[in-house]
Each structure stands twice: as structure tokens, then as C-alpha cells.
Design a protein around this ligand. Structure first.
Ligand code: NAP
Length: 284
């Protein structure tokens, strides 16, 4: 029983790799750049580019379970290769954007929806995880907070229920190691709705620093974000935040309804990652 973890350098994949290894499962870590993987001693690593079918068969040899990051480019070839390799279950890391009414037309949602549909149409039993915004997204503010600069953010009153990646790891572990979640598509969130402004207030409290918020217009945010992200994804994100300012948010999808243990709060995540926000200010 070998479980292949794609995205093993990513936030959720790395946590899942360590969790399953600690529980005694045989895991194989996959990355496009396996030389940079940080794996426990004895864990096998493999090269896998989800957009390059030439890498699929070697990565999947002897694998029975796959934790899959959503990459539409090679998904049909990947599922064919997984079937041929004898894979018995797939757990897909998707996004709650696929449940939005405009999912078909929004590039970010469509990216995930394409993979969800392919996985659900495959004969391999699957579980689809649909988390909302990760608590880790707050790391994008860490440089400004560390150096005492204003945090720049569009739609500061957009509310989500940020999820701690370890809660996704808990659910993925259940999905990969028991039959209870097979065939399900599960929306996941953290335990409490928080706006960006609320999250910054928590970070200010924990770091004991005032944090100034500089609200960006949509145009300003678009300019800054397209410097390091594809334009359609930026526009989807801005639309998501704009909608999140207007709609009510609940914690009805909190991970604890699946795991039975209290969902971890944003404050908990921020406390665990305080170093990222508290380094010495950079001079000059
Ligand atoms: N951040 C959020 O708020 C949020 C919310 C809902 C859903 N999600 C979804 O969760 C996933 C992870 O998000 P994240 O922000 O936490 O990402 P992350 O930690 O930055 O990790 C990204 C991972 O994706 C892997 N990857 C990307 N393209 C790949 C490819 N072609 N082949 C193989 N691996 C590939 C990377 O692997 P290598 O570079 O090692 O190859 C890396 O491990 C994303 O799919 C995202 O859409 C995120």
C-alpha cells in the first residue's frame, strides 16, 4: 500500500506526507523538483510534473492511493496511468470556488472544476476536498508586517473562514486511510468567519505591533498581483473577494464535522507562525 503525495513541497502535501509517515503508512513524495523536497528519512521521492504525462508511469508504479493537486493540463492521461498502475483511490485537493454559481466562467474555479469532473468520471474511487481560503494566505502580509510597512489589501472587509492546513491534512488522512469519505465531495472551512481586517487585528494583537492597513482599489491590486500571477487568476481572486464582502459567511463547513475534533482557529495558525511576522525590521 504505497500512497503517492503530489504537491509534497506544498503546504498541505508536506503536512500530509509527514502525517501519513508518522502513522506508519508507506508514502512516496512527488515534486517537479524532488531535489528540494524535505522528507523524513527513508521516504521515497519521485519526479512528477502533473502537466507532463512522460513522468506519470514511473511515479505511479506500485501506488494504491494518490493525493492529487489540481492540474488540468494532464489530468486525463494521469487518470489513465493511475488506472493502469492499479491505483485504488484518489483524494483531490480542489477548492470551494467550484461551488460558486459562476464556477463555469471563473478561471480559478474552472481550473479546479475541470479536474474534479475528470476525477469523478474516472472508475477509480475518489474523494474531492473543497477547502476555502487557507490561513496560510496571511503569509503574503508577513514582509510588510515584519518591516513595519502598511499592509496593502483590496477588499479588506471580504470575509472567509480561513482554514488551518492541518485540518485539511486531518480530512485527507481519513479519506486516504479509511473508506468513510469515499465518493464524497466535501466543502471545508475553518471555524469562524473573519475579514482580512479581522485577521490583521489578530496578527497585531499577537505581534504586539500596530498594523496599518492600506486599502487598495481594484485597479491597484490588479496591477500589483499581475506582476506575479496570471491575469485570469488575479481577476478571479478579486471577484471572489468582492463577492465575499457582500455574502454572509458561516462556519457550517468547518472541518470538525468530519474529523470530530475542534477545527483549528486562525489565531492558532498565526500563533504557530509568529516568527514569520516578527522578524527584525530590514534597515535601509
Ligand atoms: N491558498 C488557498 O487559499 C487555497 C484555497 C482553496 C484551494 N487551494 C488549492 O490548494 C492547492 C495548494 O495551494 P497552496 O497555495 O497551499 O500551494 P503551495 O503550498 O504553494 O503548493 C503548490 C504545490 O503545487 C505543486 N504543483 C504545482 N504545479 C504542479 C505540477 N504541474 N505538477 C506537480 N506539482 C505541481 C507544487 O509542487 P512542486 O513545485 O514541488 O512541483 C507545490 O507543491 C492549490 O491547488 C490551490 O488551488 C488553495
Amino acid at each position: 500500500m504505497t500512497i503517492l503525495i503530489t504537491g509534497a513541497r506544498g503546504t498541505v502535501g508536506a503536512g500530509l506526507l509527514h502525517r501519513l509517515h508518522d502513522l506508519g503508512h508507506d508514502v512516496r513524495a512527488a515534486s517537479r523538483a524532488p531535489q528540494w523536497l524535505d522528507t523524513p528519512p527513508g521516504v521515497a521521492v519521485t519526479t512528477l510534473d502533473l502537466a507532463d504525462p512522460a513522468t506519470f508511469a514511473p511515479a505511479l508504479a506500485g501506488v494504491t492511493g494518490v493525493f492529487l493537486y489540481a492540474e488540468p493540463a494532464g489530468i486525463h492521461d494521469l487518470l489513465t496511468a493511475a488506472s493502469a498502475a492499479g491505483v485504488e483511490r484518489i483524494v483531490l485537493l480542489s477548492s470551494d470556488s467550484t461551488t460558486e454559481p459562476n464556477a463555469e466562467s471563473a478561471p480559478l474555479a474552472r481550473h479546479h472544476l475541470t479536474v474534479e469532473r475528470a476525477v469523478q468520471a474516472s472508475p477509480i474511487p475518489a474523494t474531492v476536498l473543497r477547502p476555502g481560503a487557507f490561513a496560510t494566505n496571511a503569509l503574503s502580509w508577513s514582509g510588510a508586517i515584519r518591516t513595519g510597512q502598511p499592509v496593502e489589501q483590496a477588499y479588506p472587509d471580504a470575509r472567509t473562514s480561513p482554514i488551518h492546513p492541518d485540518d485539511i491534512v486531518d480530512v485527507a488522512t481519513l479519506a486516504l486511510t479509511t473508506d468513510t469519505l469515499l465518493g464524497q465531495a466535501i466543502t471545508l472551512s475553518g471555524p469562524e468567519p473573519l475579514s482580512f481586517r479581522d485577521q490583521l487585528a489578530i496578527l497585531s494583537d499577537l505581534t504586539a505591533r500596530p498594523i496599518e492597513l492600506h486599502e487598495l482599489t481594484r485597479t491597484q491590486a490588479h496591477q500589483r498581483m499581475t506582476a506575479h500571477m496570471p491575469t485570469p487568476i488575479v481577476e478571479s481572486l478579486l471577484d471572489y473577494w468582492a463577492a465575499a464582502q457582500a455574502r454572509p459567511v458561516s462556519a457550517e463547513h468547518a472541518a470538525d464535522r468530519i474529523t470530530g475534533r475542534p477545527a483549528r482557529s486562525f489565531r492558532t495558525w498565526a500563533t504557530e507562525h509568529l516568527d514569520a511576522f516578527c522578524g527584525q525590521p530590514v534597515s535601509g
